[in-house]
Design a protein around this ligand. Structure first.
Ligand SMILES: Cc1cc2nc3c(=O)[nH]c(=O)nc-3n(C[C@H](O)[C@H](O)[C@H](O)COP(=O)(O)OP(=O)(O)OC[C@H]3O[C@@H](n4cnc5c(N)ncnc54)[C@H](O)[C@@H]3O)c2cc1C
Length: 167
């Protein structure tokens, strides 16, 4: 079991609920895997956060999938806010990083359920369309599930101070 390291600037740590909310609201993030020749490979992806896991769809081949087949450990970063404050030489940010294990889903039933959820996430309120799309794509895509082992959220110190002043 990995001993995930604590955040040095602990005041900036978001609580679990806020971190999960960022995952739920995000529309893309960057998946980091152990890529070719030990180069880390960080690749942007759409996703859905459901049942406490992250789901992605992917082509059946490629750098990302080869890397995950060799080593299923990955991390996924989502940036919710990046508000540049030029005069302060900083950014008011909020972001999350999830560490976990990625599984390539085998069963059509699980794949369909995840594809429907991805469809519903990006085209909400059209379940019949999402179902149709999922059926069309089922045999042509891989569906990846990342089970989260460790999740942290962090915000800029200025946002921490602002929230404290608002109390
Ligand atoms: C906002 C966003 C959302 C996306 N959503 C999805 C998604 O849900 N599913 C999905 O499969 N793909 C998505 N993509 C595309 C994704 O980033 C990859 O291009 C794609 O998954 C192919 O990855 P691969 O490792 O199989 O590519 P390969 O073609 O095998 O990669 C070979 C090389 O191409 C380069 N490369 C690959 N992708 C990129 C990239 N995005 N930018 C720059 N160089 C690149 C890298 O040098 C890599 O080593 C999304 C991209 C963006 C920006």
């Amino acid at each position: 079991m990995t001993d995930f390291r604590p955040m040095r600037r602990i005041r900036q740590l978001l609580n679990d609920e806020e971190a999960k909310k960022i995952l739920a609201n995000g529309t893309h993030g960057v998946l980091a895997v152990s890529g070719d020749d030990d180069y880390p490979y960080a690749v942007p992806l759409s996703y859905v956060y459901a049942n406490g896991s992250l789901y992605f769809h992917s082509a059946v081949q490629g750098h990302k999938v080869d890397a995950l087949r060799r080593n299923p450990k990955a991390s996924f970063c989502v940036v919710e806010r990046d508000e540049i404050r030029p005069a302060e030489y900083t950014t008011y940010f909020r972001s999350v990083i999830a560490f976990g294990h990625v599984t390539i889903l085998e069963s059509d039933e699980e794949k369909m359920a995840a594809l429907r959820q991805i469809g519903e996430r990006y085209h909400p309120g059209h379940p019949a369309d999402a179902q149709h799309e999922a059926e069309k794509r089922l045999s042509r895509v891989l569906v990846l599930r990342m089970e989260i082992d460790h999740l942290t959220g962090k915000q800029a110190i200025e946002l921490v101070n602002k929230a404290a002043h608002a109390l």
